[in-house]
Design a protein around this ligand. Structure first.
Ligand code: SAM
Length: 371
């Protein structure tokens, strides 16, 4: 294998040399490596430096980069697993070169996770994590981290694939990234609570082409019931931008109070908060002492997530402006005007035009059109 040394954070490691002529190099080598996921890994290293679990499983390690970084930069016991022989050879070479005590295993992740337990389990597959969540729910002690890159099924763009994988009906709305994140979270919650365990989101976000969950798991039926109570639906008007939230297992038919059209249930999905503010504050405090190539971006993401309202959907205020045929002002102006009217309003991390508010849609429309 033709390899090249790469450095992320404080860790140097070998990855296959990638062909720069190929449009999407990560999968083109004998072992997967995607430099664009550095921010995803930086954020997890930062979070783990705050949480310090007793053990960490990188269940789909490829070059081992995630587990290598956790072992080297956080200093906790790490197991790196992959079922690909080339990946395991490379991960072992990397562990040795760094002088780490990390364990490297070659197993089907589902088999490994069915036979052993780890305090923190990290799933980072190609595309959907759905086939691995049940065994991860049984394997993880206190923490479960999951990346999903199948954003089209999760967001409703590939509806049938989304329904098959997540047994939920997403919808391709202007807040599709949030639907995707909450659909994934809702699926994971249902996989975990069947074991009488609770789920508390610590740091969950959507970024570019992936969704990332960092969850704390709790033991007991009461904790599971608390998570169950946050499952529900976003009820989206099929005609206008109105939407509301419904709790519960089955959506009740509802009409749009603004235009009378039927509301379409989007879900089931997670309607609760997606972050734990104390965890985000601790990450902000630790950030300057962690070496992260994407530290500035993570700092901005944490700041945005901390001020983001915990409503289950957001508006794209440019979409509202387009429908009203007005030119949109700055988002800060819209937020300030909503607050001056006594409503809560914030940016949302999904995009630069994503806005959350508890103001009724007609009020928001009036504010966006400058009234
Ligand atoms: C997206 S890559 C992992 C990337 C890596 N975590 C990183 O940060 O660079 C997915 C890896 O999962 C491995 N994989 C896929 N299915 C697996 C399974 N059932 N058991 C173990 N490994 C699996 C693949 O061989 C591949 O190396």
């Amino acid at each position: 294998m033709d390899v090249v040394e790469v450095t992320e954070g404080r860790t140097s490691f070998l990855v296959p040399r990638q062909d720069p002529r190929l449009q999407f190099p990560p999968g083109s080598g004998p072992v997967f490596y995607n430099a664009r996921m550095e921010m995803n890994r930086d954020a997890t290293v930062l979070l783990l430096s705050v949480l310090r679990p007793q053990s960490y499983l990188d269940a789909m390690g490829a070059s081992g980069v995630r587990g290598l970084r956790v072992a080297h930069e956080v200093g906790i016991p790490v197991t790196i697993n992959d079922w690909n022989a080339n990946a395991v050879d490379l991960a072992r070479q990397n562990v040795e070169a760094l002088g780490l005590a990390a364990e490297v295993t070659r197993e089907d992740a589902n088999v490994l996770m069915s036979g052993r337990t780890f305090d923190a389990v990290d799933l980072d597959p190609f595309g959907t994590p759905a086939p691995f969540v049940d065994s991860a729910a049984r394997c993880a002690g206190n923490y479960l981290f999951i990346t999903a890159t199948d954003t089209a099924p999760l967001c409703g763009a590939h509806l049938k694939a989304g329904m098959r994988r997540y047994f939920s009906r997403p919808r391709n709305t202007e807040y599709h990234a949030e639907v995707g994140l909450r659909t994934l979270l809702g699926f994971v919650v249902r996989e975990v609570i069947k074991y009488d365990r609770g789920v508390e989101p610590l740091f969950c976000y959507a970024h570019e082409h992936f969704h990332r969950l960092h969850l704390r798991l709790r033991y007991g039926a009461a904790a599971a019931d608390r998570a169950l109570a946050r499952m529900g639906y976003v009820m989206q008007c099929g005609n206008c931008l109105y939407r509301s939230e419904q709790a519960g297992m089955l959506p009740e038919p509802e009409e749009c109070p603004l235009c009378g059209a039927n509301l379409v249930p989007v879900g089931p999905l997670w309607t609760g908060r997606i972050n734990d503010d104390a965890t985000l504050a601790a990450m902000q405090e630790a950030l300057p002492s962690v070496t992260a190539g994407t530290g500035a971006r993570i700092g901005r993401l944490l700041a945005t997530c901390r001020q983001e309202l915990d409503t289950s959907s957001h508006y794209d205020y440019h979409v509202i402006a387009k429908r009203l045929r007005v030119s949109p002002g700055g988002i800060e102006t819209v937020i300030e005007r909503l607050r001056a009217l006594g409503y809560r309003a914030s940016r949302a991390h999904y995009s630069g035009t994503a806005l959350k508010t508890d103001a009724p849609l007609p009020v928001l429309e009036k504010v966006v059109s400058g009234g």
